[in-house]
Design a binder for this molecule. Structure first.
Ligand SMILES: *Cc1c(COP(=O)(O)O)cnc(C)c1O
Length: 392
């Protein structure tokens, strides 16, 4: 049979065809009225997508560029910051804070876990100027409780900076209500377009902090970007084609929401949530243990069954079906399998992943897996969701 290449990875994710066409057609100069109109439209749409009235900017970089910009614009050398880490992306915050010579207090939890709120509280002393966390830790499949953290941080001097690179579009946030000072997203995740663009919403409190930050910064000087963005421009040559793609992706969400982008965004989140629920039910039915203690809708991480290396499952899935699943990262390689529910995926994709996974598992361990067990569990979840009106 044919084998269509399919990405089931937590970034890059499958591309939206309309966004690909928009990219191919994006033959325009960035200092023109046409581009300014496009960029202003996209920035306004991003605000709705994020759910904020804070100013939003984009950067021509992968998501990590915006993470670095958050550190370089909002901290000063020697200043105390608190980093919460329980995975590879949390460790990236630690490295960034250290690279910029912050006095870095680290609350570290084992992979797969999250942060007890009283432990965070104990470390949140009055001299802490910023708190860095992931909304969803893509390396472990865990959702961290951003709302609870925001409640703690509110009323302190600390800024709350959230890497929501796989959180946006898979998680409901109350950015302004909760007081999230910086929330960061990346193009290659829920927005269904290729890598290369980061975006972030920044609170007034955070904009004010930038004026006193003593870190060196040049290309990622957010104040310059804010000034340019107000005029519909970017400080330097932006990734024009990606911005065109982003506009098309946000238009698609608006259409899905019947002309209401916020509604379309909610559907995107609900889509990820139901896919994740189907996947978790299938995993359970197949006797596979989940790796995370607090499940995100972005990524489902399952432990490889006894005697099977997760790398062999990933390889088998690619070889049999040309589908790309993710292995564990770093020391989790070989131990866990990660399946993404981010962006342009639907129920049939979800069912296909489960069916393919069952077949690969049955090949690796013929006595252990009965074909159709996981599928049935997922189908029942979907049927139940339809019945209860959770799925229109
Ligand atoms: C993908 C991702 C990033 C950003 O990685 P880039 O490769 O720089 O785009 C950061 N944090 C999380 C949680 C992610 O999933």
């Amino acid at each position: 049979m044919f084998r269509k290449t399919r990405l089931f990875t937590p970034g890059p994710t499958p591309l939206l065809p309309a966004a690909q066409f928009a990219m191919a057609a994006a033959d325009l100069h960035h200092r023109t009225a046409e581009f300014r109109a496009l960029y202003l439209k996209v920035l306004a749409q991003l605000k709705v997508f994020i759910g904020t009235s804070n100013d939003v900017i984009t950067l021509s970089s992968s998501g990590t560029g915006a993470m670095e910009a958050a550190v370089s614009n909002l901290t000063s050398p020697g200043e105390k910051v608190l980093v919460l880490t329980a995975g590879k992306f949390g460790e990236r915050w630690v490295s960034l804070a250290k690279a910029f010579h912050c006095e870095t207090v680290v609350l570290s939890k084992p992979y797969g876990e999250t942060f007890p709120i009283d432990e965070v509280k104990a470390l949140l002393t009055p001299d802490v100027k910023a708190v860095f966390v992931q909304a969803t830790e893509t390396s472990t499949g865990v959702r961290h409780d951003v709302a609870a953290l925001a409640k703690l941080v509110k009323g302190t001097d600390a800024l709350l900076i959230v890497d929501a690179i796989t959180g946006l579009g898979t998680t409901n946030f109350n950015v302004d209500g909760d007081g999230i000072d910086v929330i960061i997203g990346g193009s290659q995740k829920a927005l269904m377009i290729p890598p290369g663009l980061a975006y972030m919403a920044v609170s007034e409190r955070a904009w004010a902090r930038m004026e006193t930050s003593k870190q060196p910064r040049y290309y990622f000087d957010l104040r310059k970007e804010r000034k340019s963005a107000a005029k519909g421009e970017s400080a330097y040559t932006p990734a024009v084609a990606l911005i065109a793609a982003l506009g098309a992706a946000l238009d698609y969400l608006e259409q899905q929401g019947g002309g209401d982008l916020a509604k379309g965004r909610d559907l995107l989140v609900a889509n990820a949530e139901l896919s994740a629920l189907c996947m978790r039910s299938a995993a359970k039915a197949l006797g596979l243990d989940l790796f995370s203690c607090a499940h995100s809708a972005a990524v489902t991480a399952v432990k490889a069954p006894q005697g099977i290396c997760s790398s062999d499952i990933v390889k088998g899935f690619k070889k049999e079906f040309a589908g790309v699943l993710s292995d564990g990262q770093g020391e989790m390689k070989g131990q866990i399998l990660r399946i993404a529910h981010i962006g342009f995926l639907d129920y049939l994709d979800c069912i296909a992943i489960i069916a393919g996974l069952e077949q690969v598992l049955a090949q690796l361990k013929p006595e252990g897996f009965q074909l159709g067990t996981g599928l049935r569990a997922a189908q029942l979840v979907y049927a139940e969701a339809r019945k209860s009106g959770g799925e229109q």
